[in-house]
Ligand binder design. Structure first.
Ligand SMILES: [Zn+2]
Ligand SMILES: [Zn+2]
Length: 296
């Protein structure tokens, strides 16, 4: 299973400039690609998706990919209008998103509604319906299981609801190769910790090779030690990422959704603090960096 991070910034894109450098960890918002067997899976469509699209366009082939969206906050969908493979006829995308329960009586796909909405004519020159790639929208429920069969291996994607204003799903991506151990990548962005480990997060991250986790705030920022607190904002800390990782038996904790107020130096400082805390646990910790590739 090959994982590549195309965007790991939280909330809003954060381009580098002369006084605020973000080149090491990157300024684009959430997008991760997974290649397993013949399948390409794309997790979220933040602005990092634009770069993934540019790379896909270099390959002269039709694409048939599966998108899984955590939720439809802007920082997770804004790359979609700039995803060039959507403008190529013959490409086919199946787009899964959470069936958010905050809209009683709504019939249809929440994800489709959100993507259509951000491309309405006042906002963008090309409407979603005018993108020529085939798009199939499917909304998922909490604890859904999707299986993508393949010739030599298969991929199983499990969903579970996380703790975030308006709702958000995490995903567990399992690669099954006959005769080999199952490889697991867990995608848990945009989630705030509870008072104890989150049962759904534990379900998603059990024995995962890699847990991508929302580490937006330092513990001090979360608690409001030197300013306003960030409780109830729907994001977490490396401390809680480590608690969840330890309880679930995770090998690598990948801190994600870096705060737009954190430049490279600050993210590196958080990474060092998280590594110090992880000493003796056997868990590796890394702050997610845009363009980083991990093979498991
Ligand atoms: Zn976000
Ligand atoms: Zn969000």
């Amino acid at each position: 299973m090959k994982i590549k991070i195309w965007g790991t910034r939280g909330s809003i894109p954060t381009p580098s400039n002369s006084s605020f450098v973000t080149t090491r960890y990157g300024g684009d918002t959430t997008c991760v690609s997974i290649d397993s067997g013949e399948h390409r899976i794309i997790l979220d469509g933040g602005t990092g998706l634009r770069l993934l699209g540019l790379e896909m366009m270099k390959e002269n082939r039709p694409w048939d990919c599966h998108f899984f969206f955590s939720h439809v906050h802007w920082d997770h969908i804004q790359g979609f209008p700039f995803f060039l493979p959507s403008f190529t006829p013959g490409n086919r995308f199946t787009l899964y998103g959470p069936r958010l329960m905050s809209l009683p009586g709504f019939v249809g796909s929440i994800l489709e509604k959100a993507l259509r909405g951000q491309q309405e004519d006042l906002n963008f020159p090309v409407q979603l319906k005018d993108m020529p790639a085939e798009m199939i929208f499917k909304d998922l429920d909490d604890r859904s299981v999707i299986t993508l069969p393949g010739k030599k291996s298969s991929v199983k994607i499990l969903s579970a609801a996380l703790n975030h204003p308006g709702g958000c799903y995490g995903y567990r991506i399992e690669e099954h190769v006959p005769g080999e151990r199952t490889k697991v990548f867990t995608f848990a962005t945009d989630t705030e910790h509870l008072k104890t480990v989150h049962p759904n997060l534990q379900f998603l991250a059990k024995d995962a090779d890699v847990l991508l986790y929302d580490g937006q705030y330092t513990p001090e920022e979360y608690e409001g030690i030197n300013g306003m607190d960030h409780k109830g904002w729907g994001h977490s800390t490396y401390e809680w990422g480590l608690k969840e990782a330890q309880a679930a038996g995770v090998k690598l904790l990948l801190l994600h959704h870096h705060d737009p107020l954190h430049d490279d130096d600050k993210v590196a400082e958080i990474e060092a603090a998280a590594r110090a805390l992880a000493q003796g646990t056997g868990i590796e910790v890394e702050a997610g960096a845009q363009m980083r590739e991990i093979e498991i």
